[in-house]
Ligand binder design. Structure first.
Ligand code: ZN
Length: 68
């Protein structure tokens, strides 16, 4: 599985942000800077509430470029 994206809601400001499920580093809220996800070396640990799972279907998605 190539990995999914998750819509995570910030616990502080309720901003909804898309986070890669295998984020390689800590992901902060773009609005208030609260940590939304922490890298664990595998699947990220989410600090906010995951409100939606977004499966990546095509290799040319706009959300992230994994390095091709
Ligand atoms: Zn926030």
């Amino acid at each position: 599985m190539a990995g999914n994206f998750y819509a995570v809601q910030c616990p502080d400001c309720e901003n909804e942000q898309i986070v890669f499920g295998k984020a390689a580093s800590t992901v902060a809220c773009a609005v208030c800077g609260t940590t939304l996800a922490r890298s664990t070396g595998g699947d990220a640990t989410f600090e906010g509430e995951v409100i939606e799972t977004v499966e990546r279907r095509d290799a040319d998605g706009e959300l992230a470029d994994t390095g091709t």
